[in-house]
Ligand binder design. Structure first.
Ligand SMILES: Nc1ccn([C@@H]2O[C@H](COP(=O)(O)OP(=O)(O)OP(=O)(O)O)[C@@H](O)[C@H]2O)c(=O)n1
Ligand SMILES: C[C@](O)(CO)[C@H](O)COP(=O)(O)O
Length: 234
């Protein structure tokens, strides 16, 4: 990684699939909020100069407190997100320092990301302009219609499960988001926003432990993975 990188960490979701009163990004993992684990990893990377943290409007002050408490000095902006993930990402990009020519976007609820995986993704992006972390799917995937009948079995060899970070030249990501706003397009990740402009987006192979904490069964799994890493001194 040679370029000047900024990171947008999005954490403005409600976590409805987790079903807890407290939004999942603030739930404790080994005694620390999930979101803090994620931010500490980015803070510890020399290649990352600047982090924009995007949170719910009512959590902005609370998160400024977490930034102070955990000495997250690279978090230069804590801003309110929007009703959809894509809106939150766009708010984050706009609040990053103008010096960041390259941007990676990461889910605040993927605390098990590693420096090695971040570097692999960013290096691919520096080569091709845009890259996303992903793993090959392990299951057979079926396309199913509204009546519950299988309509197709896509060839698994071409299917990848997409993760974050997703890394881009900043001007490419910014113009793709501007176009999506103008055309009322909503995607579930940033690669989709960029793909529709015709720009190539590369895959960087990650690993299966970079889970997105989404539903209750993900929490003990994340605790277990984190414990194993700590035992290995990582
Ligand atoms: N309007 C939104 C929606 C999501 N996110 C963030 O995007 C990441 C991935 O989203 P997901 O796990 O789906 O989070 P939620 O939207 O919180 O979950 P759910 O769909 O279960 O409500 C999370 O870090 C989440 O906080 C965001 O910043 N703004
Ligand atoms: C960006 C993402 O984490 C890639 O897997 C995912 O698309 C977020 O989607 P969600 O539906 O908001 O969980």
């Amino acid at each position: 990684m040679n370029a000047h990188w900024g990171a947008v960490v999005v954490a403005a979701g409600r976590g409805s699939r987790m079903g807890t009163a407290e939004s999942k990004q603030y739930l404790p993992l080994h005694g620390k909020p999930i979101l803090v684990h994620t931010l500490e990893l980015f803070q510890a990377m020399d290649e990352i100069a600047d982090i924009a943290l995007v949170v719910g409007e009512s959590d902005v002050e609370r998160c400024k407190g977490l930034v102070m408490e955990y000495k997250l000095s690279k978090v230069t902006a804590v801003v309110a997100g929007g009703s959809e993930r894509q809106h939150s990402v766009y708010a984050g990009i706009k609040s990053l320092s103008p010096a960041a020519e390259w941007v990676m976007v990461h889910d605040g609820v993927r605390p098990l990301i590693t420096k090695k995986a971040i570097r692999a993704c960013c290096e691919k992006a520096e080569h091709s302009g845009a890259a996303v972390l992903a793993v090959p799917v392990k299951d057979t995937i079926k396309q199913v219609d509204d009546s519950g009948l299988i309509v197709a079995t896509p060839d698994r060899r071409s299917l990848w499960a997409i993760q974050t970070p997703q890394a881009f030249r900043r001007d490419l990501l910014t113009s793709a988001h501007e176009r999506a706003v103008a055309e009322h397009f909503l995607g579930t990740d940033d690669a989709m926003v960029v793909e529709r402009t015709g720009a190539p987006v590369a895959i960087a192979e990650g690993d299966y432990t970079n889970i997105k904490i989404t539903t209750p069964e993900d929490l003990p799994w994340a605790e277990f993975l984190l414990e194993k890493r700590m035992e290995r001194g990582e």
